[in-house]
Design a protein around this ligand. Structure first.
Ligand SMILES: [Zn+2]
Ligand SMILES: [Zn+2]
Length: 277
């Protein structure tokens, strides 16, 4: 079994209206490319901030600019006009978890992917609103990020932890901590272990300035020791990006002793042996 669950039906940004991308023809393009690459379990996880309902949770300027679509029409489209699994990529925003919970629990997802893209107003993977403009030290930014990551796991809002060390997105283009990175991972690890949340192995980092898989091998070893399931995704925003560099991902998983991946349906998880169909 190979999965790609953290998949977007359109690129980020302006000029990607739902009417153009939430179509049977577009879903079919994704399905065909996935089949060519041996990926039989395919699901979508649109960014929650592209839906107007997200503004009930948070009003970050980026969300206000991007919230145009109706979340229930998205769910209806995926369920009724495609054979894809239905997911969503939702942000963990401390202090807003009650509102996020109401939004998420009102819909019948196959899985919810939980992300941290912002530390307060500062963005981790976007040069507008860049968190690094705050002049905080790398130590402070990394500590905050991994503390929140533990809270994300403990919140129980999410089935899959997305791109677990996204804080490294810019690589050496931004300040980098001096400490052994396991110091930061440890800040989240107890809550991750207790929650049982599936941890995403995302090849998207290979397309980003850092040029590495998310998460780092040491982080992966820690969650494997803790017994968390592993979910495999590319964070594709186009059909061409599906299953990107999965050979590298499978090699890494095999190196750390992972032989099974997480498969989701109606928010419950089963484990299946890894490999292309
Ligand atoms: Zn993301
Ligand atoms: Zn994503």
């Amino acid at each position: 079994m190979l999965t790609d669950y953290h998949v977007h039906l359109r690129p980020d940004g302006e000029n990607t209206p739902a009417a153009e991308y939430f179509t049977e023809a577009n879903a079919e393009r994704y399905r065909e490319t996935a089949a060519d690459r041996g990926i039989q379990e395919l699901g979508v996880a649109e960014h929650i901030y592209r839906f107007t309902a997200a503004l009930d949770v948070w009003q970050h300027p980026l969300w206000v600019e991007n919230a145009h679509d109706d979340i229930d029409r998205y769910c209806e489209f995926v369920r009724e006009r495609t054979d894809l699994k239905l997911g969503i990529e939702a942000d963990f925003i401390p202090g807003k978890d009650d509102r996020m919970r109401s939004l998420l629990e009102a819909r019948d997802w196959d899985y919810v992917v939980g992300s941290i893209h912002f530390l307060a107003e500062g963005a981790l993977d976007y040069d507008r609103f860049d968190v690094w403009n705050s002049a905080r030290s790398a130590d402070h930014v990394w500590k905050t990020y991994f503390t929140w990551l533990g809270e994300l796991a403990a919140s129980g809002l999410f089935d899959i932890m997305a791109h677990p060390d996204l804080v490294k997105h810019w690589g050496k283009e931004r300040p980098w901590p001096d400490k052994d990175l396991r110091f930061y991972y440890d800040l989240a690890m107890e809550q991750i272990a207790e929650s049982g949340i599936a941890i995403e192995l995302s090849t998207a980092g290979l397309r980003k300035p850092v040029g590495e898989i998310y998460p780092d091998r040491a982080f992966l070893e820690m969650v494997v020791d803790a017994g968390n399931p592993i979910a495999l995704s590319s964070d594709a925003h186009t059909p061409e990006q599906l299953g990107f560099e999965y050979e590298q991902a499978m090699e890494l998983l095999s190196d750390v002793g992972v032989t099974e991946i997480a498969v989701f349906e109606n928010r419950s998880v089963t484990l299946e042996p890894i490999g292309p169909s």
